[in-house]
Design a protein around this ligand. Structure first.
Ligand code: DP6
Length: 349
């Protein structure tokens, strides 16, 4: 027999960034962060997990190619979920697995991203969230999504925020074992559904410095990082939560843009400096800043993760349509100043 489960998990984009760990193995951050979960139609991972007595080892395929599960991150997730496995009884398929059998059973995992892996579009976030969620369902684990987020966190920090829709906060926690470092939903996907998210793919190439090693270098060398984590982010988190509750797009934009810029300033403050944005990213920022300043209230917020691609959050559909017009005018397709792959997501959250 074979028992199979398929799950789909969207990626998330931080509006208050996670950058820096206080524990590398457990993946515990130096500050809280807040993100928005995207519509699964555009940027998501689909994972199928299977268990059968005929499997003789755990194996995984990513976008059709076999990858090793030997790394600590995969092993930590697999171990934590196995420890929570429960009895499974599926009469229809003739499957009966007792809790104690799980330690001797192996899983096969097939995972697909519908967007470029490691191009700064948070593929690891959707990937580990989906892996942990689908394994939990396969093994009939009873934990809720917040409990599962503390496991997904051990695969990739940002993954813990992908277990919820809407706006999500990753609480850094205080415990040494990390059990209180987990995600909670701040507001669901219906709360602020006027927002429209557009991603301008400046480059779909793999980034040169991974987030993992980049943030390690920042923790070791950037003085700005410590100041940011201790003095700046805690205040921004409070203000961002308020802006989300009251749907205050002006504050939301101010905080989102400032936090993206400070994250990239921290990257520049790292030795050796890390450059994630490029000239096109900088031109996009200027374009949005100029537009926002010419209106009575801001129309679009921008944020950039560990890559040059812009995540643009428009206040409503009208602003999104105007933004698309501006993008097409200033960055015409197939020109030198081209965005690599133009726009891949235009759906509201
Ligand atoms: C810039 O979660 O990819 O996207 O925990 O080492 O796997 P690891 O790093 P990762 O870092 C994400 C960094 C970021 C900001 C964010 O998502 O908050």
């Amino acid at each position: 027999w074979v028992r199979m489960v398929t799950a789909q998990t969207p990626t998330n984009i931080a509006v208050i960034k996670y950058w820096g760990k206080r524990d590398e193995n457990l993946i515990l951050p130096v500050n809280d962060s807040i993100s928005v979960t995207l519509d699964p139609a555009h940027l998501c991972t689909t994972t199928t997990v299977a268990v059968s007595p005929s499997f003789d080892q755990d194996r995984m395929w990513l976008n059709g190619k076999e990858v090793s599960l030997a790394g600590a991150r995969y092993q930590n997730c697999l171990r934590e979920i196995r420890a929570r496995a429960c009895d499974v009884e599926d009469e229809e398929k003739g499957v009966k697995i007792a809790k104690k059998d799980w330690e001797n059973l192996h899983v096969h995992i097939a995972s697909y991203n519908n967007f470029p892996t490691a191009a700064g579009l948070a593929s690891s976030a959707a990937g580990f969230a989906c892996l942990v969620f689908s394994l939990a369902k396969l093994m009939n684990a009873k934990e809720d999504n917040s409990d599962l987020s503390a496991i997904a966190r051990q695969g990739s920090g940002s993954a813990c925020r992908s277990l919820f829709g809407g706006f999500v906060k990753w609480i850094m926690g205080e415990a040494k074992d990390g059990h209180d470092s987990r995600a909670v939903q701040l507001v669901d996907e219906k709360h602020w559904d006027e927002l429209v998210i557009i991603i301008a793919v400046v480059s779909s190439r793999q980034k040169e410095t991974s987030s993992t090693s980049g943030m390690q270098d920042s923790v070791n060398t950037s003085l700005l990082l410590e100041h940011r984590a201790k003095e700046i982010v805690p205040k921004r988190i409070v203000r961002m939560e308020e802006a989300l509750k009251t749907k205050d797009f002006g504050s939301f934009t101010e905080l989102t843009c400032a936090d993206s810029n400070q994250f990239h300033a921290t990257c520049l403050d790292t030795s050796p400096p890390i450059f994630y944005m490029n000239d096109t990213s900088h031109r996009l920022i200027s374009c949005v800043e100029k537009w926002n300043r010419s209106e009575a209230t801001p129309q679009v917020a921008y944020t950039f993760d560990a890559g040059p691609n812009a995540v643009l959050i428009a206040r409503n559909r009208k602003a999104a349509a105007q933004l698309m017009q501006k993008l097409l005018f200033y960055f015409p397709p197939n020109s030198d100043a081209d965005l690599d792959n133009y726009v891949i997501g235009d759906k509201s959250i």
